[in-house]
Design a protein around this ligand. Structure first.
Ligand code: ATP
Ligand code: MG
Length: 367
C-alpha cells in the first residue's frame, strides 16, 4: 500500500534522537501499528526526492534481523520513514531501565546484529554506519533487529550538513565541529567500522553503561568543555568515533590529524581556564558533573587501549573468556587486523550462542 500522512494517527512519542523523533502510529486503513520516524532535512526539493528514491531500497531489505520498512514520504520540511514497530524499544532504553544485560543475552544480540550486518552487506552492499544500542530494537517475541542503517547517501549527507550547519552548535565550538567534520571526511567507513561500533555497544550493554567513562580518563580537568557529553552516555556523534579511529590510524603517519587534536585540546584547555576564572567570579555556567568532550573521547580512543569486558590486569573478570576474546576481535584498533562480521560469526562465542538455550521471549517479558 502507499503511505500517506493523512492515513496515520499518532499514538505515542517513542523517543527523540539528533536527527528527529520517532512516534508510534496507526495506519488507519489497515490497522497496522508502525513506528514513524520524522527526519528534519534542510535540503533542496531535488535532494529530498533523491533521498526518497534511495530509501526505496529498504523495501528489498528482508531479513529477520532487520526492521521491516513500510514506506517513506515527504512532509515538508521533513521526511517520514515508516517502519516496523518494536514494542520493547531499543537496547539503550532497556539497559537503562533494567540495568546491565546478562552476557548470554548480549551474545544473542551480537549474533543478531552480525547476521543483520552480513545480510545488508552481502545482499545490498550496505554498511550500517550507526550501530549503537539505540539502533538495536527488541520486541515481546524476543526478536532482536537493527534499524537506521545508511541506505541513503544523500540522507547521510543532508543530516551531516544540517547538523554541522546548526548555529547553536557552531557557536558552541566551531573548532570541535570543524575537527569532527574533517576527521570523518578523511575516515573511510567500512564494514569494519560497524564491527568496532558493535564491540563498543556490546560492552555498553554488558556493563550497563557507556564504556568510556571519566574514571579511565587520566585528564579529568578537561571536563565540562563545550560540546560535552556525560560519562556513561555516548556523545551525539559517537558514530564518528569508529570511522575517525580508522581515519586516525590512516593519518597518524605524519599527518596533521592528531596534532590538530592536540592543538584543539590545548585551546579547549585555555578556554576552560578562562571559564573557570569566570566561574570563580560567581558567573554560573552549565551545571557541574563530570563530562568528557567529543574531542577527548576521540583522543582517548586513539591513545588508550580499547575497552574490554574483563578488566583485570591479566584479562580476568566476571565475564566468560570467549565473550572477552570476541570483544577483543571487534575492538582491534588496526582495521586490517579487526575481524569482519563474517569472521565473527565463526567465533567460538557465536558458535556457543547459536546453540545455547536462551529464552529471549522470557527475557523480553521481564522488560
Ligand atoms: P540518533 O538520532 O543519534 O540515531 P536515536 O537512535 O536514539 O539517536 P532515533 O533513531 O530518532 O534516535 O530513535 C529515537 C528512539 O525511538 C530510539 O531510542 C528508540 O527507543 C525509539 N525507536 C526508534 N525506532 C523504533 C521502532 N521501530 N520501534 C520502537 N521504537 C523505536
Ligand atoms: Mg536510531
Amino acid at each position: 500500500f502507499e503511505l500517506k500522512a493523512d492515513d496515520l494517527k499518532d499514538l505515542q512519542e517513542l523517543g527523540q534522537g539528533n536527527g528527529g523523533s520517532v512516534k508510534k502510529v496507526e495506519h488507519i486503513p489497515t490497522g497496522t501499528i508502525m513506528a514513524k520516524k520524522i527526519v528534519l532535512i534542510d535540503a533542496k526539493p531535488a535532494v529530498r526526492k533523491q533521498i526518497l528514491r534511495e530509501l526505496h531500497i529498504m523495501h528489498d531489505c528482508k531479513s529477520k534481523y532487520i526492521i521491516s520498512f513500510y514506506g517513506a514520504f515527504l512532509a515538508d520540511p521533513n521526511i517520514c520513514i515508516c517502519m516496523e514497530f518494536m514494542d520493547r524499544g531499543s537496547l539503550d532504553g532497556i539497559y537503562k531501565k533494567i540495568g546491565a544485560i546478562d552476557i548470554d543475552v548480549v551474545g544473542q544480540v551480537a549474533l543478531a546484529v552480525l547476521e543483520g550486518l552480513t545480510y545488508l552487506y552481502d545482499a545490498h552492499r550496505i554498511i550500517h554506519r550507526d550501530i549503537k544500542p539505540s539502533n538495536i530494537l527488541c520486541n515481546s517475541r524476543g526478536e532482536i533487529k537493527i534499524c537506521d542503517f545508511g541506505v541513503s547517501g544523500e540522507l547521510i549527507n543532508s543530516i551531516a550538513d544540517t547538523f554541522v550547519g546548526t548555529s547553536t552548535y557552531m557557536s558552541v565550538c566551531p573548532l570541535l565541529l570543524a575537527f569532527c567534520a574533517a576527521f570523518s571526511q578523511c575516515a573511510q567507513y567500512t564494514v569494519k567500522s560497524d564491527v568496532w561500533s558493535l564491540g563498543i555497544s556490546l560492552v555498553e550493554l554488558a556493563f550497563g553503561r557507556f564504556p568510556f567513562a571519566e574514571d579511565d580518563s587520566d585528564d579529568s580537568d578537561l571536563s565540562d568543555l563545550d560540546g560535552t557529553l556525560s560519562p556513561g552516555r555516548p556523545p551525539p556523534s559517537l558514530s564518528l568515533a569508529s570511522p575517525s579511529l580508522n581515519g586516525a590510524n590512516g593519518l597518524a603517519n605524519g599527518a596533521a590529524a592528531l596534532e590538530s587534536a592536540r592543538q584543539a585540546r590545548r585551546e579547549a584547555k585555555e578556554k576552560k581556564q578562562k571559564r573557570d576564572k569566570r566561574k570563580s567570579k560567581g558567573v554560573s555556567l552549565q551545571g557541574g558533573g563530570m563530562t568528557m568532550s567529543i574531542l577527548e573521547l576521540l583522543q582517548h580512543i586513539v591513545n588508550e587501549p580499547a575497552p574490554r569486558l574483563n578488566t583485570g590486569p591479566n584479562g580476568e573478570g566476571k565475564f566468560p573468556k570467549m565473550a572477552d576474546a570476541f570483544i577483543e576481535c571487534c575492538l582491534l584498533k588496526d582495521p586490517d587486523a579487526r575481524w569482519t562480521p563474517k569472521d565473527l560469526l565463526k567465533h567460538e562465542w557465536m558458535d556457543y550462542s547459536r546453540v545455547a538455550d536462551i529464552d529471549l521471549e522470557g527475557w523480553a517479558s521481564t522488560i
